[in-house]
Design a protein around this ligand. Structure first.
Ligand SMILES: NC(=O)c1ccc[n+]([C@@H]2O[C@H](COP(=O)([O-])OP(=O)(O)OC[C@H]3O[C@@H](n4cnc5c(N)ncnc54)[C@H](OP(=O)(O)O)[C@@H]3O)[C@@H](O)[C@H]2O)c1
Length: 435
C-alpha cells in the first residue's frame, strides 16, 4: 500500500475546491506518478455551513485553523485563503512546527516573503508558491530550474488577467473603461473590489516575485513604479491602432547597466508583437535569455482548475521529497538561499529612455500645435508621428503624437509644461511604447 501525504488546507473557495476536484478526478494517476497518495485530511474555512460546489466529507471541514496547525500528523499546509497578515501568521506557526507550505497567495509572498522564506530556510522546510504568479503557467519553476543555465536580461509580462480583459474589450468592442470593468465583474474575472487589478498593485506583487527569480534581486514591491490602467480610454485604443499598436497592461523587468528597470504600467505594443495577441483573461510572460534569446509562455492566469494544477505541482515536489526522505533539504523557493539575492539599484529615471504616446485635448486655436512642438523640442523630445483631429462643433482639437526614444524625465518636463497651457481642455495622456 502506498504511503499517504497528509495535507491540511486553509481556504475552500475557488482554488481550494478546484484542488479538491483535481485530486479526486486524477488521484489514481497522481498516486501512480508519485508512489504515494496526496490526502487532504482537514480543511479550514470561515463558515462551515456555506454551500460548496465541490463535494467534501463534512467531517474534515472546520472553522478552527488550530485544528490544522496543531495537528502533528499534517505534513503540508496549503494556504488558499488570501490576505497578508493572517496567512503570514499561519505560515509562521506551520513552519515553526515543522510543516511544509504551499500557497497561491502572491500578496503574502510579495509583502512578507523575505521573512517567511528565511524561516523556511532555517527550519529546512519547503515554501512553494507556483500558483501565485500567472495561475496555471509554471513560470516560477521554469525560472528556478529550467533556465538557470542562462542569464535573463528582459522580462515582459501580462500577469493580471482582469486588466488585460478590460483593455482587450475596450479594443475589440470599443467599450469605455467602466462598462468593460462591469463586464469583467459579471463574467467573474474581476473581484468585487477590483482596485488591486486596476491600479497595478496585483501585477506589481507578481513582478516583485518574478524579479527575485529572474534577476536574483532583493526587491520590494514598494520600490517598483506602478501605474494603473484607468488612465487609458477607448479613444487611446483607437488612436494607438491607427499608429499600428495595441495597449496592454505590462509588467516589465530588464537588466541595464548593472541596474534593474522594473515597472508596471499600460503600454503600447506593436500589433504584430506576441504580447498584442494575448487577449481576455489570458496571461503571458515573454523572457529573453542572454543565450537562449526570446521565449514566451502563455495560458490561463487564473481560475479554479488552472490554479489548482500549479498548486498540485508544488504538492508533488514536496511530497516526492517527503517520500524519499529528503524533505529536510528543501529547494529554496528562489533557487538560491535568500542571502544570495542582491540589492540591485533601480535604474534612475534620468537613464530611462523609451518612445512615448502623447494625447492632448486642446481648444482649436491657431498656434497650439506649434506650442506643443516647441515645448517638446525645448526638452529635446523629437516627434516621430503626429496626428490632429478637430471637432468643429465643440471647437476642440485632439493632438496625438508618438515620440522617438526620449528620456522619461525630459518627456515628463515637457508634458508638465503643456499641462499649464491655457488652451488645454483635459489632462494630457502619456503612455510608454514598448517595442
Ligand atoms: N481565484 C483564482 O483564480 C486565483 C488565481 C491565482 C491565485 N489565487 C490566490 O489563491 C488564494 C485563494 O483565492 P480564491 O479565489 O480561492 O479565494 P476565495 O474563493 O475567496 O476563497 C477563500 C477561501 O478562504 C477561506 N478563508 C478566508 N479567510 C479565512 C480565515 N480567516 N479563516 C479560515 N478560512 C478563511 C474562505 O472561507 P469561506 O468559504 O467560509 O468564506 C474561502 O473558503 C488567494 O490568495 C488568491 O490571490 C487565486
Amino acid at each position: 500500500m502506498s504511503r499517504s501525504i497528509r495535507i491540511g488546507m486553509i481556504g475552500f473557495g475557488v482554488v481550494g475546491q478546484g484542488l479538491m476536484r483535481l485530486l479526486s478526478e486524477r488521484g489514481e494517476e497522481m498516486e501512480a506518478r508519485l508512489g504515494g497518495k496526496l490526502e487532504i485530511v482537514k480543511i479550514a474555512v470561515r463558515d462551515t455551513s456555506r454551500k460548496r460546489e465541490a463535494s467534501v466529507d463534512p467531517g474534515i471541514l472546520t472553522d478552527s485553523i488550530d485544528e490544522i496547525l496543531d495537528d502533528p500528523s499534517i505534513q503540508i499546509v496549503v494556504e488558499l485563503a488570501g490576505g497578508v497578515d493572517e496567512p503570514a501568521a499561519w505560515m509562521r506557526r506551520a513552519l515553526e512546527s515543522g510543516k511544509h507550505i504551499v500557497t497561491a497567495n502572491k500578496a503574502v509572498i510579495a509583502e512578507k516573503g523575505e521573512e517567511l522564506i528565511a524561516l523556511a530556510e532555517e527550519k529546512h522546510r519547503f515554501l512553494l508558491f507556483e500558483a501565485a504568479v500567472a495561475g496555471g503557467i509554471p513560470i516560477l519553476r521554469v525560472l528556478r530550474e529550467a533556465l538557470t543555465g542562462d542569464r535573463i536580461v528582459r522580462l515582459h509580462g501580462i500577469v493580471n488577467g482582469t486588466s488585460n480583459y478590460i483593455l482587450s474589450r475596450m479594443a475589440s468592442a470599443n467599450l469605455a473603461f467602466e462598462p468593460a470593468l462591469r463586464e469583467a465583474q459579471l463574467k467573474g474575472f474581476a473581484e468585487a473590489d477590483p482596485s488591486l487589478d486596476i491600479n497595478g498593485g496585483d501585477a506589481c506583487h507578481k513582478l516583485a516575485i518574478l524579479a527575485r527569480l529572474a534577476f536574483l534581486a532583493d526587491i520590494e514591491p514598494s520600490a517598483i513604479p506602478t501605474q494603473g490602467i484607468d488612465i487609458v480610454s477607448a479613444r487611446d485604443m483607437e488612436f494607438a491602432l491607427d499608429f499600428g499598436y495595441v495597449i496592454k497592461p505590462l509588467a516589465i523587468g530588464a537588466r541595464l547597466n548593472g541596474a534593474l528597470d522594473l515597472r508596471v504600467h499600460p503600454a503600447l505594443v506593436p500589433v504584430d508583437s506576441h504580447l498584442a495577441h494575448i487577449h481576455g483573461a489570458t496571461n503571458a510572460i515573454y523572457l529573453e535569455g542572454e543565450h537562449l534569446g526570446p521565449v514566451m509562455f502563455s495560458g490561463e492566469g487564473a481560475g479554479a482548475y488552472p490554479t489548482a494544477v500549479s498548486v498540485a505541482g508544488d504538492l508533488f515536489e514536496v511530497a516526492r521529497a517527503i517520500l524519499s526522505g529528503s524533505d529536510d533539504r528543501a529547494t529554496p523557493p528562489y533557487g538560491v538561499p535568500l542571502r544570495a539575492l542582491k540589492k540591485l539599484p533601480q535604474l534612475p529615471a534620468e537613464e530611462l529612455k523609451t518612445p512615448f504616446y502623447l494625447r492632448l485635448t486642446v481648444e482649436d486655436d491657431a498656434g497650439v500645435l506649434a506650442d506643443v512642438a516647441s515645448a517638446l523640442a525645448r526638452h529635446r523630445v523629437s516627434i516621430e508621428t503626429i496626428l490632429q483631429t478637430v471637432d468643429d462643433e465643440e471647437g476642440i482639437a485632439t493632438i496625438v503624437l508618438l515620440t522617438h526614444e526620449a528620456f522619461e524625465h525630459a518627456v515628463g518636463a515637457a508634458v508638465s509644461e503643456l499641462s499649464r497651457h491655457s488652451a488645454l481642455r483635459e489632462q494630457p495622456v502619456l503612455l510608454r511604447i514598448v517595442r
